[in-house]
Design a protein around this ligand. Structure first.
Ligand SMILES: NC(=O)c1ccc[n+]([C@@H]2O[C@H](COP(=O)([O-])OP(=O)(O)OC[C@H]3O[C@@H](n4cnc5c(N)ncnc54)[C@H](O)[C@@H]3O)[C@@H](O)[C@H]2O)c1
Length: 372
C-alpha cells in the first residue's frame, strides 16, 4: 500500500506527516533528509520498546543512521517533572546538540513528554514524532502541543514545539490492546462530530471494519483525521480560535478523568467519547441541535462497543456540583466563565461562553441518575 503525506503548512516550520505501512522498517530513509548528522536519540517506553524498538533500530541502521535509546516506564504517570528531568539530563549526558534530532517513539504520553524536553533543551532542539498508538497517530503527534502533568492537573506545563517530521506507521497499531485502540477511536470520531458530517457517516459504515483490523480503512481513517488536524493547526497554531474546536468533549472528559484519578477506570479517549455525547446532550437541551443527534452519536459509540454514558464508568463519581467544580478547573475558563464546545448538529461545533449553569447541571444530574 502506498504512503500518504499530509503537509502541515506552517511556513518555515512546515513538516510532513507520513502515514502508511512499514514506515518503521524504512525509518532511516524517511528520517535521513531532516538529519544534520547520521545519529538520533530515541526516547520510548518499555511496552513499545519490547514490541517495536528492534525494528526501528534495524530501519535506521539500514541507512547508516546510528541510534541511542532511553526507555521509560509506560503510563500517564511518566508525563511528569521527574521523567522530564530524566529525559533532559540523559540528552545532556549524550551531548545532544542544538541541530541534533530527538525521536519520540510511543503513544501520546511519550510524544508530549519528549516534545516538551526537546522544546526546552538548549532552548529548543529538533524532534521527530513516531507515534505508536491510534490516539497519537490521529491527534497528539500533530500540531506541536507538548507538556507534562503536575499535581495541579493535566497538561498544565508545556510548550508549543512543532516536530520536524511525523512517521505514522499504521502496522504498529496491530499490537495495541483492544481497549487502547478503541480509546484512540474516541479522538477519531471526535473529528467527524466537530467538523465533518460526511466523515462521521463514513465512520458509521466503516468503524466496525476499522476496529476489526482492516488495513485499508485504517489508513484512510488516520489520513483523514490527520488532514483535518493539520488544516486546523495551520490556520490557528496557538489556539486563538478554531483550534479550540478540537477540544469537543474535553471539558467533560477532563472533569471525569480527575474524578476517576487518571486511572484505568477511564482512559482519555474513553472520556472524550463520553464527553462528546454529553456535549450533544447539552446542545440538544439548549435547543441548538435536533433532539435525535445525541441518540445518533450514542448509537454509533454503542455499535463500536465503546463507553458512552456515565453509567459505563465503574465505581463512585462526584455529584453534579462536584463535576461542575472539576469542569471549572479547565484551561478554557476565562475570567471565571466556563467556555464549552457545543454543536448545531453533527459536524458543526462552535465555542460558546453562553452556557446556562442550570441546564448544564441538569444534564449532569440526569446522566448521573441514569447510573442507578
Ligand atoms: N499533544 C496533544 O495535542 C494531545 C492530544 C491528545 C492527547 N494527548 C495526550 O496523549 C496522552 C494519551 O495518549 P495515548 O492514549 O497514546 O497514551 P499512552 O502513550 O499511555 O499509550 C496508551 C497505551 O498503549 C500502549 N502502547 C502504545 N503504543 C503501542 C503499540 N504499538 N502496541 C502496544 N501497546 C502500545 C502504551 O504502553 C500504553 O499502555 C495523554 O497524556 C493526553 O493528554 C495529547
Amino acid at each position: 500500500m502506498s504512503v500518504d503525506t499530509v503537509r502541515v503548512a506552517m511556513g518555515a516550520r512546515a513538516y510532513d506527516v507520513r502515514i502508511g505501512q512499514g514506515l518503521i522498517g524504512r525509518a532511516g530513509a524517511e528520517i535521513a533528509p531532516v538529519l544534520s548528522r547520521p545519529k538520533v536519540w530515541v526516547i520510548t517506553e518499555e511496552t513499545v520498546a519490547g514490541l517495536h524498538l528492534a525494528a526501528l533500530r534495524a530501519g535506521l541502521v539500514a541507512e547508516g543512521v546510528e541510534m541511542e535509546a532511553l526507555s521509560l516506564p509506560p503510563g500517564e504517570a511518566t508525563k511528569s517533572w521527574q521523567y522530564l528531568t530524566r529525559v533532559v539530563e540523559w540528552l545532556l549526558e549524550q551531548k545532544v546538540e542544538r541541530r541534533d534530532m530527538v525521536v519520540a517513539f510511543g503513544g501520546g504520553v511519550i510524544g508530549d513528554l519528549v516534545g516538551f524536553a526537546a522544546a526546552i533543551l538548549r532552548r529548543g532542539v529538533r524532534f521527530v514524532q513516531v507515534p505508536t498508538s491510534l490516539l497519537a497517530q490521529v491527534d497528539s503527534s500533530v500540531g506541536g502541543k507538548t507538556g507534562i502533568n503536575t499535581r495541579h492537573g493535566k497538561n498544565l506545563v508545556g510548550a508549543f514545539h512543532q516536530p520536524a517530521l511525523v512517521l505514522a506507521d499504521i502496522d504498529v497499531l496491530g499490537t495495541l490492546a483492544a481497549r487502547d485502540f478503541l480509546a484512540g477511536y474516541g479522538e477519531v470520531v471526535k473529528y467527524g462530530l466537530l467538523g465533518d458530517a460526511a466523515f462521521f457517516a463514513w465512520l458509521e459504515t466503516n468503524g466496525p471494519a476499522l476496529a476489526a483490523g482492516d488495513i485499508g480503512v485504517r489508513q484512510q481513517a488516520v489520513r483523514h483525521a490527520v488532514q483535518m488536524k493539520a488544516d486546523i493547526v495551520a490556520r490557528d497554531e496557538t489556539e486563538q480560535g478554531e483550534r479550540a474546536l478540537l477540544n469537543l468533549g474535553h471539558t467533560f472528559c477532563h472533569a471525569l478523568e480527575a474524578a476517576t484519578g487518571y486511572s484505568e477506570r477511564l482512559l482519555h479517549g474513553e472520556g472524550v467519547a463520553i464527553g462528546c455525547a454529553l456535549a450533544f446532550d447539552l446542545s440538544a437541551r439548549m435547543g441548538l441541535c435536533a433532539q435525535e443527534e445525541p441518540s445518533r452519536v450514542r448509537a454509533h459509540l454503542a455499535n463500536m462497543k465503546m463507553k458512552r454514558d456515565l453509567s459505563d464508568i465503574a465505581g463512585e463519581l462526584p455529584d453534579a456540583d462536584g463535576l461542575l467544580a472539576l469542569m471549572a478547573q479547565d484551561k478554557k475558563v476565562v475570567d471565571g466563565h466556563l467556555r464549552l464546545i457545543l454543536v448545531r448538529g453533527i459536524g458543526e461545533a462552535f465555542v460558546t461562553a453562553e452556557v446556562p449553569p442550570d441546564l448544564l447541571r441538569g444534564v449532569l444530574s440526569e446522566a448521573l441518575s441514569a447510573r442507578g
